[in-house]
Design a protein. Structure first.
Length: 211
């Protein structure tokens, strides 16, 4: 997982509340065993035309298919983002597509945890602030937002400024690029020493013979 601190990017506005994990990554794509390759299926049911001769083709009216927002690393969404099932694939799909942060008034708890463990900054702001940033990005796809994780601040290129809260442990992990495996590997030398000691004590001694 890559460390992340200051992120400056344009933002994709997804003006929908209660976006659940089955909308983020539909269940038919959960058969993969890798963490990569999910980005192309992000919001699949919304991003494809569902009926008619063009069924299955990209829907030009869906915001992620708008070339003006190509390369945006920030997603702005409505309240209760990531509700529904606990699938970690939702976070994988967002990061694989290129999003490193999501701004919303609120997030589902399990998604919030999964996203943080996969290197995403989730910023909770009052609904009025999210609405303001949403409208600015809708009106101007070049609208730039800067998230400073260390300072816990968010600003834009039009004078907006706010602070946000984040759990200190999650902040530490994001700043240092540590997922659950990385946290464990910080103690690799101690673990190796314990395993060697354990092997010497329990496996390398001659076993007593039966009387």
């Amino acid at each position: 997982m890559q460390p992340i601190n200051v992120l400056t990017s344009t933002a994709t506005p997804l003006d929908r509340p209660n976006v659940d994990t089955d909308q983020i990554i539909p269940k038919q794509f959960l058969k993969r065993i890798e963490r990569t390759g999910y980005g192309e299926f992000l919001f699949f049911d919304w991003s494809r035309i569902q009926e008619g001769a063009d069924a299955g083709k990209p829907d030009p009216t869906f915001v992620l298919n708008n070339p003006a927002y190509k390369g945006a690393k920030i997603l702005i969404a409505g309240k209760n983002f990531g509700c529904g099932s606990s699938r970690e694939h939702a976070a994988w799909a967002l990061t694989d597509f290129g999003f490193l942060a999501v701004i919303a008034p609120s997030f589902a708890d399990i998604f919030f945890s999964n996203a943080g463990k996969n290197g995403m900054i989730l910023v909770r702001l009052p609904e009025s602030d999210v609405e303001l940033l949403m409208r600015r990005s809708e009106q101007n796809p070049n609208h730039k937002i800067t998230i400073n994780l260390e300072a816990q601040t968010i600003v834009d290129d039009q004078g907006f400024s706010a602070s946000f809260e984040i759990d200190p442990f999650r902040k530490y992990c994001l700043l240092n690029g540590l997922d659950d495996i990385g946290l464990t590997l910080r103690h690799e030398s101690e673990l190796d020493a314990y395993e060697s000691k354990h092997d010497a004590a329990f496996w390398l001694k001659p076993r007593p013979t039966a009387a």
